[in-house]
Design a protein around this ligand. Structure first.
Ligand code: AFP
Length: 288
């Protein structure tokens, strides 16, 4: 079991070991935060300026047995001057974020905040080649991604949003929507970067006590930095993901990210529900 009580597969642990070993070989890395490890790992006696690397070594590992895409997600920040090694990195501190996706091709998608670039692994030369410069997320989309088997747990905002998408041309949206769900956040975000879309993993009645499903530091933060640098938006429904202040290492959060027009619509629906005091559960705060 990992710190979140989820079953760890052998490849989760191997990926964690490989990632940690390669970071430890870099003298600028001081601290590692991994999905698979309960505590912060100090690679050396941490000094101000050292890099803090938060990562999910193998995201989407339920896809391994069925040979679908999985990936590695990471975010990098620096330990502040006079910094406390125990202080958790915040969204605003992130210098860089990226993911690798192990699909039909292996890609590395990277941002240092200004823009997002995609690199394909050339197995002949063992180098990453810039193949997708300046990836941008279309503001408008006709595609959404959510685990629809959780519908009975959703709050009213998500119920309404998905129902309207499914109603397509005969509903209030007046257009057809397509749906995808791969159970691998890396694959979902990659698809959104390539052809637009919106991804939702909301807090619902089943995961509310845990604060949602996705982890803030090494899933939501890095993906939010990437999505925003590509012109999209990432929120928990109420607060932009990068503005959430973490209070525990493996904190979870609600996530809605992707094409700006759809994320804006969902955030506005939450705001409206809160204003009108609907019975929608709007507690978006995350807990450990
Ligand atoms: P792991 O990192 O444990 O493989 O979890 C993957 C994930 O957090 C994320 O990639 C998916 O969006 C989500 O789980 C899928 O979860 P469901 O099985 O609940 O659809």
């Amino acid at each position: 079991m990992n710190p979140q009580g989820e079953v760890q597969r052998p490849l989760d642990l191997m990926a964690d070991e490989v990632f940690a070993r390669s970071c430890a070989g870099n003298s600028s890395v001081g601290i590692l935060i991994s999905e698979e490890v309960e505590e912060v790992v100090a690679v050396k006696a941490a000094e101000a300026g050292d890099f803090v690397v938060s990562y999910d070594p193998l995201d989407g590992s339920s896809n391994l047995d069925v040979d679908l895409s999985v990936g590695t997600i990471f975010a990098i920040s620096r330990l502040a001057e006079g910094g406390d090694a125990e202080r958790l990195p915040q969204g605003q501190d992130l210098l860089c974020a990226g993911y690798a996706i192990y699909g039909p091709s292996t890609m590395l998608v990277l941002t240092t905040g200004g823009r997002v670039d995609g690199f394909c692994l050339d197995p002949e030369t063992d180098t990453f080649v810039l193949t997708h410069p300046d990836m941008r997320i279309a503001r408008e989309t006709g595609e959404f991604a959510i685990n629809a088997s959780r519908r009975r747990h959703w709050d009213g905002v998500v119920q309404d949003y998905v129902a309207q998408c499914i109603d397509g041309p005969i509903g209030p949206r007046g257009k057809a929507f397509n749906m995808r769900w791969t159970a691998s956040m890396v694959a979902e975000v990659h698809r959104i970067l390539i052809r637009g879309g919106v991804f939702l993993y909301p807090i619902d009645d089943e995961n509310r006590t845990r604060g949602g499903k996705l982890r803030l530091l090494y899933e939501a933060y890095p993906m939010a930095l990437i999505v925003e640098a590509a012109g999209g938006r990432a929120t928990n429904g109420k607060t932009d993901i990068l503005r959430i202040v973490p209070d525990s290492l493996h904190q979870r959060t609600s996530v809605v990210l992707g094409s700006g027009a759809e994320v804006d619509r969902i955030a506005a629906a939450y705001e409206q529900a809160e204003r009108s005091g609907d019975s929608v559960h709007l507690r978006q705060e995350t807990c450990g």
